[in-house]
Design a binder for this molecule. Structure first.
Ligand SMILES: *Cc1c(COP(=O)(O)O)cnc(C)c1O
Length: 391
């Protein structure tokens, strides 16, 4: 641990290491030691670090125009919105700078939907074990006491239900105040829990019947993470509202709130705004990210190598007494242990030169770049098994 006093507000428990460069799924520290990155900046650098074409686009656009504000037309914003809508089957986009901001936009839409229907106290259904961000509204939608601790009074208007429990939400049909349902198609921070396909399809039908907005937080699962553009596409479900961020800019900050159907009639001129959101630089970078994913068949790689990684880990760790469950989809995997796993982050780093993440104390989460090679997948398997077999 560093002994010098820091001028940073100590909100993070950081590893005592810093990286000086990256390339693809590799990172190097100041001594020249190479590491294999199975976290990708928490599901952000989906195309790997220092992607040469992304670097080129950032540089080119920075020399042309970074920011003009939303007081003027921004052609790159139009272009990116059209592409996202075409890929996601959505109709319109509002651009933000982060996932929490994209979810804030979604929550505001839900409230507007309520007031439009003369519901004075609109309520939004959220799930147990959810994560939606750290702003006041999104932390209230989040189900984690340590995230809410000390921030009361919490934003009201949320009803919390168990995930994947259709009977529980069906029982709310007679509640006239409900306006929307917000959930993650795979709960990432919650420990990598997958939504049931039929549950999501049933939710879509229920929301249609009830005129509730189906709002999917795809901040972590979107942009190829699960092997399709968006995780809801595994269930052929199109939500009314979809939020994106993490992988969208490959590390360049950008978020998005996509709408279709009844959700398009809610925001009007003046109802929402962002100074930075959707600037030419962020939008051009994100547009390139989407083009590269298409051109380089990145979704296929995420799906195929992700499944291989999952199957190999399930096979090789089947007899490990500390492993309780291994689950995931695409390049989003969780290894749940029957013991606390937090100390393994540092051990993986120093002993295996491997970056891993641990969530909910006992679940190792792997979120590698989607452009991993087979050799890098084998390396992750080998190093992770060595670590877990030494417990
Ligand atoms: C990371 C994340 C967020 C928050 O995104 P920020 O960019 O950190 O605000 C919201 N929802 C989900 C599902 C996430 O994984």
């Amino acid at each position: 641990m560093t002994q010098e006093p820091s001028y940073l507000i100590p909100t993070y428990a950081r590893q005592d290491i810093h990286f000086v460069k990256g390339l693809g799924a590799s990172l190097w520290d100041q001594t020249g030691q190479e590491y294999l990155d199975a976290v990708a900046g928490v599901a952000v650098t989906n195309l790997g670090h220092a992607h040469p074409e992304i670097a080129q686009v950032i540089s080119e656009q920075a020399h042309l125009l970074v920011h003009t504000s939303n007081l003027y037309d921004i052609p790159w914003q139009e272009k990116l919105a059209a592409k996202l809508c075409q890929l996601a089957n959505m109709a319109q986009v509002f651009f933000t700078n982060s996932g929490a901001e994209a979810n804030e936009a979604a929550l505001k839409l839900a409230r507007l939907q309520g007031h439009k229907r003369a519901i004075k106290q609109p309520q939004i259904v959220v799930m147990r074990n959810s994560f939606h961000g750290r702003t006041l509204a999104t932390l209230a939608a989040t189900d984690n006491p340590s995230i809410q601790q000390g921030f009361a009074p919490l934003v009201e208007g949320f009803i919390r239900l168990p995930y994947n429990d259709f009977a529980a939400i069906e029982a709310l049909k007679t509640n006239p105040n409900i306006v929307a349902v917000l959930l993650e198609p795979v709960q990432g921070e919650g420990g990598v829990h997958l939504v049931d396909t039929t549950y999501l399809q049933q939710l879509r039908q229920l929301c249609d019947q009830q005129h509730w907005l189906l709002m999917l937080d795809e901040v972590q699962t979107g942009i190829g993470r699960t092997g399709k553009w968006f995780a809801c596409q595994h269930a052929q479900v199109v939500p009314d509202v979809m939020t994106l961020a993490k992988g969208l800019g490959n590390g360049f900050p950008i978020g998005a709130c996509l709408v279709q159907g009844q959700a398009t009639q809610l925001f009007a001129q003046g109802s929402h705004a962002s100074t930075f959101g959707g600037n030419p630089l962020a939008c051009r970078v994100a547009y390139s990210v989407l083009e590269i994913i298409q051109r380089d068949h990145v979704l296929e790689n995420s799906a195929v190598l992700g499944r291989y990684l999952l199957e190999q880990l399930q096979q090789k760790l089947a007899l490990n007494p500390h492993v309780k469950a291994i689950r995931g989809i695409g390049m989003m995997l969780g290894i749940e242990l029957n013991t606390n796993a937090k100390h393994l982050v540092a051990r993986a780093l120093t002993e295996q030169h491997l970056l891993i993440n641990v969530t909910r104390d006992n679940t190792i989460r792997l979120l590698p770049a989607l452009i991993l090679t087979k050799h890098q997948v084998e390396q992750i398997i080998q190093r992770l098994c060595a670590l877990l077999n030494s417990l």
